[in-house]
Design a protein around this ligand. Structure first.
Ligand SMILES: NCCC[C@H](NC(=O)CCC(=O)O)C(=O)O
Ligand SMILES: NC(=O)OP(=O)(O)O
Length: 312
């Protein structure tokens, strides 16, 4: 694997999930994988799980790990050929070149601005690091994808499924802020490429995800219809793709006990952080059907599998 930006970078989704499970079962067997190697994590946005699970994965495999919050670095220029006489002090070309001399794997988190769809969907920040770095680049959630989350979600579903081919319902849920499409884009893309589940996506009219991520899945605008018979319910808010960045005040899309009663005794999933009693009720989140902590745990093993595959 050259870089880890999307499901398309995995030679085999099954093998990568399998490797994550193997490392989870026997982490000490892999403690020399990153010996004499350095991982640098760059964050342009906040994080709890991604930062700490990726650091933990690196340390577990024997990497030296350096994490930098880019709020403390120079403001980077990403355009080529510009006269840099404003507030951006350093070009990504130099930054990526410098960092490549300090590490063996470079991981980057950079969210979208949710103003200009073409600019966000060009995934400019992560792609600039890929272009100018000379080491493998890992996405820690880019403008349009969150592949480490999705890999962890595949592992979590594999560990908890009751049938060989479970029905997985990804449902839009309410939120007070304008959020990216990265998590649901990536989740849909991984579920479809993995091929071990039947994916149904429920969202309000006007909130369909970009077709490039959902082709092969059923998309409905009736949440109850999607939840009926589901073995997993994955809730997430996202802002509109078609009316780019628009939000909607639809509190009835909350996932509560009444909605979960429509399912086949489903497990509840969310990537976290989650707004209680907005996205999901306390009752569902506190119940034994909630897998949110297991998902967060599996972030470590997903990151470990990716680091191992990149440095193999
Ligand atoms: N990394 C997982 C989710 C990150 C981000 N969520 C957020 O920004 C939620 C913040 C809030 O609830 O205010 C998102 O949706 O892509
Ligand atoms: N799920 C996830 O990526 O969480 P953080 O934003 O806290 O890293």
């Amino acid at each position: 694997m050259e870089n880890f930006l999307s499901v398309h970078d995995a030679a085999s989704v099954h093998d990568l999930i399998g490797l994550a499970a193997k490392i989870k079962a026997a982490p000490l067997d892999y403690d020399k994988t990153g010996q004499h190697k350095t991982l640098i994590n760059l964050f342009f946005n906040p994080s709890l799980r991604t930062r700490l699970s990726t650091e933990k994965a690196g340390v577990t495999l024997g990497f030296q790990v350096i994490t930098m919050d880019m709020a403390g670095g120079w403001k980077l220029e990403f355009e080529d050929g510009v006269v840099m006489n404003l507030d951006r002090a350093e070009h990504v070309r130099e930054a990526a070149g410098v960092l490549s001399q300090y590490c063996d794997v470079l991981a980057v988190r950079s969210f979208p601005e949710l103003k200009d769809r073409d600019a966000d969907y060009a995934d400019r920040v992560i792609n600039a690091f890929v272009k100018y770095a000379t080491v493998p680049v890992v996405s820690l959630e880019s403008a349009i994808r969150h592949p480490l989350q999705s890999l962890a979600d595949c592992l979590t579903i594999r560990e908890h499924r009751r049938s060989a081919r479970p029905r997985v319902a990804l449902t839009w849920a309410p939120h007070p802020r304008q959020l990216p499409q990265a998590v649901p884009n990536s989740f849909a893309e991984w579920m479809i490429h993995w091929g071990d589940v039947d994916l149904v996506i429920a969202n309000p009219e006007g909130f369909d995800l970009a077709p490039e991520f959902t082709r092969g899945a059923e998309v409905v605008h009736d949440q109850a219809a999607a939840l009926r018979g589901a073995e997993f319910v994955y809730a997430k808010n996202w802002s509109s793709y078609s009316d780019y960045g628009a939000t909607a005040d639809l509190p009835d899309w909350i996932v509560n006990e009444e909605k979960m009663a429509l399912t086949d005794d489903a497990f509840f999933m969310h990537c976290l952080p989650v707004r209680r009693n907005v996205i999901v009720s306390d009752g569902v989140l506190n119940s034994d059907r909630s897998l949110v902590l297991q998902q967060a745990n599996n972030r470590t093993w997903a990151a470990a599998a990716v680091l191992a595959a990149l440095t193999d």
